[in-house]
Design a protein around this ligand. Sequence first.
Ligand SMILES: Cc1cc2nc3c(=O)[nH]c(=O)nc-3n(C[C@H](O)[C@H](O)[C@H](O)COP(=O)(O)OP(=O)(O)OC[C@H]3O[C@@H](n4cnc5c(N)ncnc54)[C@H](O)[C@@H]3O)c2cc1C
Ligand SMILES: *[C@@H]1O[C@H](CO)[C@@H](O)[C@H](O)[C@H]1NC(C)=O
Ligand SMILES: *[C@@H]1O[C@H](CO)[C@@H](O)[C@H](O)[C@H]1NC(C)=O
Ligand SMILES: *[C@@H]1O[C@H](CO)[C@@H](O)[C@H](O)[C@H]1NC(C)=O
Ligand SMILES: *[C@@H]1O[C@H](CO)[C@@H](O)[C@H](O)[C@H]1NC(C)=O
Ligand SMILES: *[C@@H]1O[C@H](CO)[C@@H](O)[C@H](O)[C@H]1NC(C)=O
Length: 505
Amino acid sequence: MRSYATSLLLFGLLAPSRAATVAHDLREEIAARDCCQTLQSQLGPTAVLFPGSAGFQQLVNSYYSAQESEIISQCRVSAHSAQDVSDAIKIITKGGCNFSVRSAGHMTWAGAANIQAPGVAIDLKQMNAVDVSADKKVVSLGPGNSWGPVYDALDPFNVTVVGGRSNTVGVGGFILGGGFSNLSPAHGFASDNVVNYQVVLANGRIVNANKTSNPDLFHGLKGGSTNLGIITRYDVNAFPLTPKWGGSRGYNVSQGPAIFDAMIKFIKKLPQEPLGGGSVVWGYSEDLKNDTIFGSFAYLGADATESKAQLFSEMLDVPATFDTIRTNTDQQWLDSEVDVAFPGGLRRIFSTLTLKVDREIAVGIYQKSHDAFAGLVGKPGVSWTASFQPISVTHLQATERAGGTPQGLSPADGDLILLNLNTVWLEESDDAAMQAAVREVINWGTKEAKKRNVLHPWLYINYALPDQKVYDSYGKTNVNALLKIKNKFDPKNTFGKLWKGGFKL
Ligand SMILES: Cc1cc2nc3c(=O)[nH]c(=O)nc-3n(C[C@H](O)[C@H](O)[C@H](O)COP(=O)(O)OP(=O)(O)OC[C@H]3O[C@@H](n4cnc5c(N)ncnc54)[C@H](O)[C@@H]3O)c2cc1C
Ligand SMILES: *[C@@H]1O[C@H](CO)[C@@H](O)[C@H](O)[C@H]1NC(C)=O
Ligand SMILES: *[C@@H]1O[C@H](CO)[C@@H](O)[C@H](O)[C@H]1NC(C)=O
Ligand SMILES: *[C@@H]1O[C@H](CO)[C@@H](O)[C@H](O)[C@H]1NC(C)=O
Ligand SMILES: *[C@@H]1O[C@H](CO)[C@@H](O)[C@H](O)[C@H]1NC(C)=O
Ligand SMILES: *[C@@H]1O[C@H](CO)[C@@H](O)[C@H](O)[C@H]1NC(C)=O
């Protein structure tokens, strides 16, 4: 399209007003071509990939959602080191090119971590080192890792980290946004367990951010999204590997309210035994051609059969339609259940709300979703699920112990429930209707939760729709503090102007 318009312009075939925008496009195109050429000559031909090449396509195909894979950038920098990222940032910002950054590419919305030409994509997927410190207390992770390979690499060292509950989800975006783990009730967000970030700043400088060096940046990166820096290494706390127990249990959908009551009892027990992860997924299953509800369970303490049975007892008491719970399974095995339920390569959107612990709002959101998606069910590949995940007060206490978060959460908020409304479909022609149904549910849920006095304002960056007001949800004081940090580390607002995707302060 663009190059066709460009040639029309060159041959003087366009009307003046159209020509003006095309001239603008042409300047951008030239800038982008310059950026990519300079990148290639300085970083080398294997580090800069162009559309049409196998290497380029392989990276583009590895985005999680189909919408992200459809976006074709001018070129793609496949960075292998912090120095590559630093060099790339210097070249791209000097050339005035727009860019995006991706780690494993699991954020679902189009443009979250990819960019259409003339933009340039910086791809960190090859930065996938996993290094365990000599004392086995700290693990250094390249941002391009996915959690499955990380857990595999850590097993021989007998350690684990506060990481994802899916093998395919990425390290970079996950920790940047916070990161809910099966270990979160005990140890808080993944980001609460970062001891040091290696970061490339807007001027290309590579710095460390930790409690003693750039402590303001260190704090800001726990909610900074695409505003403060590109993280090229996360150094995180390691914990002893323990035996695991868990899996999923399916239930008759008529048991939904009972399951929810059971989940509330589970959340209330976490202060005594914060070693259990659990969530409830309630929605429409493609496979069953019917509504479904299932619970996922994970217990990561030592093999204390009685404590885990006690912790989950109410959820285990409801009769199951299927049950995959096992003992001594590894983290990859637990996560593979999530991966089966959430395959990549499909059209997909996540959306979110945070709720106080209340059965009625959960039941209401399920029923509202059932109605909102009714007209879409049966269209190719359509399914939707509302997953309800505890944010226990023990998690928020761990966050506070680690120095707090700029995201506006505190133990005083009490136990909370995080909603992830996750929708899947196959046809582009259903995009608008799916998006409208998602919005209908989120708007209804917001209004209804407010009415019931069970809405918490927080919006989780890693689940939010592109236009959900994530930063407003952190509160003015936090946003002002983040802006101050941004102005200090990016005084010319280079990232604000050129770095597309994520959420902007
Ligand atoms: C199947 C599945 C399972 C999931 N499970 C969980 C879960 O258990 N817990 C949970 O909390 N979330 C979960 N999520 C959500 C997940 O946290 C987000 O999708 C997260 O953004 C993924 O990280 P990524 O590296 O793959 O993201 P990307 O899409 O690569 O990046 C996400 C955002 O972060 C920015 N970014 C990425 N890397 C960097 C970097 N190094 N420096 C600066 N900016 C960067 C990108 O520009 C983009 O805006 C899941 C998602 C999926 C699809
Ligand atoms: C960068 O993106 C903005 C929109 O976000 C656009 O206005 C601008 O022209 C783009 N610049 C280049 C060089 O492509
Ligand atoms: C791992 O830890 C377990 C329990 O703490 C211990 O029994 C085992 O010997 C350890 N294995 C290695 C390789 O250190
Ligand atoms: C913090 O950064 C400084 C400066 O780069 C570095 O010397 C120190 O080792 C870092 N601390 C941690 C915990 O990584
Ligand atoms: C689910 O429960 C309903 C209501 O009790 C019952 O009518 C239905 O047969 C059950 N379905 C299955 C598959 O057990
Ligand atoms: C869907 O589930 C309901 C409730 O369990 C049940 O009554 C109904 O028969 C199911 N429908 C199909 C098509 O399986």
